[in-house]
Design a protein. Sequence first.
Lengths: 404, 437
Amino acid sequence: MSTTGQPHAEPFRVSQLLYDTRYRSYTIQIFALFVIMLAFAWAIDNAVRNLEALGKDIDFGFIFETSAYDINQHLLDYDSTSTHGRAALVGIINTTLVAIMGCITATIIGVLAGVLRLSRNWVVARLMTVYIEAFRNIPVLIWILFTVAIVNEVLPGVRSFRGEDAMSGLFFDSVFITNRGFYIPAPVFEAGSTAVGVVLALSIAAAWYFGRWARARQATTGRILPVFWARLAILIVPVLLAFFAMGSPVSLEVPALKGFNFKGGIYMRDSLIGLWLALSVYTGAFIAEIVRAGILAISRGQTEAAYALGLRPGRTMSLVVLPQALRVIVPPLISQFLNLTKNSSLAIAVGYMDATGTLGGITLNQTGREMECILLLMAFYLAASLTISAGMNAYNRSVRLKER
Amino acid sequence: MAGEKPVAFVAERQIPPSPPPVRTGGALGWARDNLFSGVFNSVATLLSLAFVAYILAMVVPWLFLDSVWNASSLQGCRQVDDGACLAVINERFLQFVFGFYPEELRWRPILAFVLLFVAIWPALFSSAPRKLLIFSALYPLLAYWLIWGGSLWGPVGAVVGIAIGWACIRFLPPLVRGRLDEGLAFLAAVGAGILATALWWLFCVIAFEDALSAVLAIGLEPVESARLGGFLLSTIIGVSGIAGSLPIGIVLALGRQSNLILIKAVCVGFIEFIRGVPLITLLFVAWLLLSYFLPPGTEFDLILRVVIMVTAFASAYMAEVIRGGLAGLPAGQYEAADSLGLDYWKSMRLIILPQALKISIPGIVNTFIGLFKDTTLVIIIGLLDPVGLLQPIRADQNWNGIVWELYGFIALFFFIFCFAMSRYSMYLERNLDVGHR
């Protein structure tokens, strides 16, 4: 049926590799591949010869050797007889700790500052502008050093909590803010706390399920249920009941002054506090700008349209403005979280032992294995960033506007 | 009743409008509207004012009224007054600016700094004479020579290498015209040019330098890298990073958008790798690892290695910013360029990039600011930028225990530069805005 035969086949000429767009891209790519492989081969050959000249080799065995150094702040069991691998793990957990704490506080500060900067109140808006400009235009390293200096120089010493006219701690003498760091109560889990935990998990699941059920019901019957209060009750009441039924199995261990220092509770070192606060306030300034841009990106017409439909301001915010603003806000927000995590590597400047301080600091110096340590360090940060950005891309796809 | 008609009221003159109530106009009305429009707002205003007053009451006497400018030690300051001991900045100012650069040679970095403005003038303002671009192109080598010193013939040799490459590209194609296809000849000429430049740099520059130095020794006293420090060092790293990262970032962004799978994969890999790791790890690479990957025995200055890594770091971020600009252009622009028959490079150069770069100006300047701020990280690998100079100053027993003055001074320096950059970007945005969209 089809009468279109083969097009007139020209004999292939070598110049087609350069002039025919069908082939040219292959030529360019093969040439590029060749050049890149040549460059890599050259660099690796150099590295091999350099290492040989120094009598070194590539060997990751050191991570199973004894580290022989102490880490002053650790969440895992660790002492100087542990391995370098465990030291690195402690460092990674310390990085994660400061990153998570920082992301939470930075988000709170950033959202507050971003909203307040849009406020009609002239004084408040100007104050927020000053805050944002000051933090965006001064290096984070200076802020970190500065904050640690404030903790060390301005806060009261441990000594001032002792003796005749002793200061008392915050929150009924349970939190102590000193120039050595913060001392906060530690939770103590006794027998029966597992049951409370299980109840908590069940109520979270129930609250989530209730939300779904209420939405489905609203979709079918049009009746709106008080989801927020119901969820709050589901979350709190069973847990409280379980807590008292099991005889208060979770208690707080309050730090107390014994001798020259506080004993008990959780001790957050000055370097952790300084790093955490500086990173939060610094990143908060960037998040504030993101939040402001997100709110401004939603055109006024959206709010007016929602009012015209008869929605009250609260529902306008939660149903119309926020879902659209979040689409603008979340991607750069996540990249700020990543920046905060990467900036936490500046801990090395104030002596907080994060992944850079252990793996890229003392372990590197003690073992003299630069190549291996830095590769591992980069691999850790890379894995963390790529995981988070993969999650972010998935989110972006799910909220993307469906256009033509 | 007869004749008496009630006279309707007739206004003989217009009543002048009465002034608005005091409460809605003027400063008072403004304050009512903006500061005290509700309970919450009033509380917020009062709290903010109290906060500002508290900070000012703390800082103003300390910084202005009770500060001491002339003393030789912290104790000396405290004897005069208990405010800020600015005498330390007074004494160490030149060290903050130049690091340990030899005193009698300091005119050289100053001259380089002044010439920097001449070099960037044509880039910043379109009114500048175009011929100045030649000077801008030569400026990096000139600045290198001024700051590090050494024989003049080294930089001249480098320029000669570039000139040889350019001459190959310019003059080879006409020689073979007729015998070879035009495009092929051009490509061959480019290849020959790059090869000739590389060969010249690898094998001939040193001989050239030695030969000319023997005939006519023109040179400046060499200064080692270890003596560079302070704001001079920050500026060197920052300016080189900024100058290098923009073109590399553009190339990477175009590569990421390319249809050529391999090129795209390489660019994506590079960008994501660099963006995934903190700058510190890259500085560690510059410090400890980079020399492993170069031929054995290569001596390579630490500052130069740092500049390379900082440039690579900023390029990846720049590429993402520019990619945003490229993606922000409507597809019609690409199609229009294609339908005019422009080839890839022409359509990019004439149609796409001017618009894409314009919409990414805020992001580009933000990257510049970030890069400039990140230059402080070099203290971690032991370079003496302003933050790195704090340690030696505090270790000096005269100034032992001084904290806030030094941090404040360095912070002010960075603030002025970065704030100026962000204002310039706003000016540029307004200036280039042609009112589309």
